[in-house]
Design a binder for this molecule. Structure first.
Ligand code: BTN
Length: 255
């Protein structure tokens, strides 16, 4: 049972599928039926794994970790991005600490090793008039994929633990390491302690100090990433010196 080392995550409700369309879609269905915080949905493969911006997530059988977690945080809407950052930190530190890989965060949701994407995060927030109803945090992590298995038309070059390190590792062990870190940082956040995660997030972030292009729903900004603020937002100084606070978007590092 993946949640064995946890108090809540994957411990009370753990749902495993050999095959599913998308663990995020399934977790959303379960969340809408009232499944509790910490419900973990895991699959060995996804037929229509979903990425950000309507993209798909390549999810071949037994090669990656495909998981989704239901969260029901009691937090003001503004603090939601903190959850994004903490998930990225937990994934990156799992790769560093459990597998000795130099993982870095490409704000806000990509995890890279040697500039290639090894993991992606898709957080879906469902809110009503009273605030956040639930969040489904979906994580896809490439573990035992071989380079030739990846589709050739990916936006960012992909990698896996096996490609980087020429070894096969236990997906369950990595998943357990990830859940423990997610749980610890999540309950720290709910208890009002985010400082440690923020500092770790900044130190693992590739963007800070770099020139980059940011695509948002409102258009493109070119500038320098100066910092990540206390809410997990990216501070971007554009060419005229104005600092923009960015909640979400997609960055391309230029320098
Ligand atoms: C991205 O980088 O675009 C995000 C990818 C997120 C993929 C994971 S795999 C498990 C979960 N279920 C999905 O359908 N998507 C997420």
């Amino acid at each position: 049972c993946p949640g064995l080392a946890c108090e809540v995550f994957g411990r009370k409700e753990y749902i495993y599928y050999q095959e599913i369309d998308s663990t995020n879609s399934q977790a959303r269905t379960l969340a809408s039926k009232g499944y509790p915080e910490g419900t973990l949905v895991v699959a060995d493969m996804q037929t229509t794994g979903r990425g950000r911006r309507g993209r798909s997530w390549y999810s071949p059988r037994n090669q990656g970790i495909y998981m989704s977690l239901i969260l029901r945080p009691v937090l003001p809407m503004k603090e939601i991005s903190r959850i994004s950052l903490l998930v990225a930190v937990a994934v990156a530190e799992t790769l560093e600490e459990e597998l000795d890989l130099p993982a870095r965060i490409k704000w806000p949701n990509d995890i890279l090793v040697n500039n290639k994407k090894i993991a992606g995060i898709l957080s879906e927030v469902v809110s009503d008039m009273d605030g956040i109803e639930y969040i489904v945090v979906g994580i896809g992590l490439n573990i035992n994929n071989q380079l030739q298995d990846f589709p050739s038309d990916l936006r960012t070059p992909a990698t896996s633990v096996r490609v980087e390190d020429q070894r096969l590792v236990s997906r369950v062990k990595v998943l357990q390491g990830l859940l423990v870190r997610l749980e610890r940082r999540y309950f720290d956040l709910l208890a009002g302690s985010f400082e440690g995660t923020l500092e770790k997030g900044k130190s693992l972030s590739l963007a800070i100090g770099q020139e980059l292009k940011l695509d948002t729903i409102n258009g493109v900004i070119i500038g320098q990433a100066v910092d990540i603020d206390d809410y997990g937002f990216l501070l971007l100084r554009d060419q005229s010196g104005i600092i923009h606070t960015i909640m979400s978007g997609e960055i391309t590092i230029l320098s």
